[in-house]
Design a protein around this ligand. Structure first.
Ligand code: C2E
Ligand code: CA
Ligand code: CA
Ligand code: CA
Length: 278
């Protein structure tokens, strides 16, 4: 049996077969869902000095049978199968349309929108053109768009990453480094990337009041980002005490359930645009 190799063995393992089938179904459901308009962007406000100046677009999938499916489940599979390319393009187009719509509403016209970009999406050859086309087709302003990249991009092709970032930056597009501290970032690359913002991952924010190591990491990220001239924003802020801690350590920007979870565009338009401590 060994001589027939790994694939043959997998075929006879009913559990593995079930997993493979489930993944194949999920992949074809993503494809169908895109064609059928089942994806939607939600928006989470980001606060600076107590006012909402920006927000993050977070993808939501309303599956007709299985209900709401978390991006934590389908984004990794979309990455593996390459479906992240059409999905990511849809996200960029939807985000730019939303930006253009906000630009026509005086109350929301000041907002910047942060969009998550997966490494595979960013690495594709036509990425810069795709972003510029999404902006132009929607009639959105490039300086209102910020792209959130992850440290995975720093593992290879750093020159290509920098070149693409510089090109988009020349048009006014901003960049944030997401999940900072959870990956393999090299501090020397960090210095070379044309970033605007570092995001403190929510895994460090969660126990910032009770875990001395998390507190030290959060403070270090703020100090590092600030010394590199970057804005530092904390994600996953759920309590006023966490916000106070971050503020006391010079982190003035945050997002989290303390103000609002990600909500539909419709709900977002009804949210308060200031944060009042309670
Ligand atoms: P992320 O970019 O790190 O997004 C932050 C996640 O934390 C979001 O989960 C958000 O809903 C959640 N969150 C926000 N505030 C709080 C809080 O106060 N407490 C807690 N516990 N969680 C909070 P979500 O929306 O489920 O997204 C999960 C991940 O999926 C994202 O992590 C991102 O990596 C990925 N993702 C989401 N949308 C997109 C997209 O359009 N494109 C790509 N490539 N990835 C996306
Ligand atoms: Ca993000
Ligand atoms: Ca994050
Ligand atoms: Ca994350």
């Amino acid at each position: 049996a060994k001589a027939t190799g790994r694939n043959a063995l997998e075929l006879y393992d009913p559990q593995l077969q079930a997993v493979v089938r489930a993944r194949a179904k999920l992949a074809s459901d993503i494809r169908a869902g895109l064609a059928d308009g089942q994806f939607e962007l939600f928006y989470q406000p980001q606060v600076e000095e107590c006012s909402v100046r920006s927000c993050e677009a977070l993808l939501r999938w309303r599956h007709p049978c299985d209900g709401y499916i978390s991006p934590a489940v389908f984004i990794p599979l979309a990455e593996e199968t390459g479906l992240i390319l059409p999905l990511g393009e849809w996200v960029l187009q939807a985000a730019c349309k939303q930006l253009a719509s906000w630009a026509r509403q005086p109350r929301l016209a000041h907002l910047t929108l942060a969009v998550n970009v997966s490494p595979r999406q960013f690495r594709q050859a036509g990425f810069v053109a795709q972003v510029l086309a999404a902006l132009a087709n929607a009639g959105a302003q490039p300086h209102r768009l910020k792209l959130e990249l992850t440290e995975g991009l720093l593992l290879d092709n750093v020159e290509d990453t920098i070149e693409k970032m510089e090109e988009l930056k020349a048009h006014g597009v901003g960049f944030a480094l997401d999940d900072f501290g959870t990956g393999y970032s090299s501090l020397s690359y960090l210095k070379r990337l044309p970033l605007d913002q570092l995001k403190i991952d929510q895994s460090f924010v969660r126990d910032v009041l009770t875990d001395a190591n998390d507190a030290a990491i959060a403070r270090t990220i703020v100090a590092l980002g600030t010394s590199l001239g970057l804005q530092v924003i904390a994600e996953g802020v759920e309590t006023e005490e966490q916000r106070q801690f971050l503020l006391a350590h010079n982190c003035h920007a945050w997002q989290g359930y303390l103000l609002s979870p990600p909500v539909s565009a419709e709900r977002f338009a009804t949210l308060p645009l200031t944060y009042t401590a309670h």
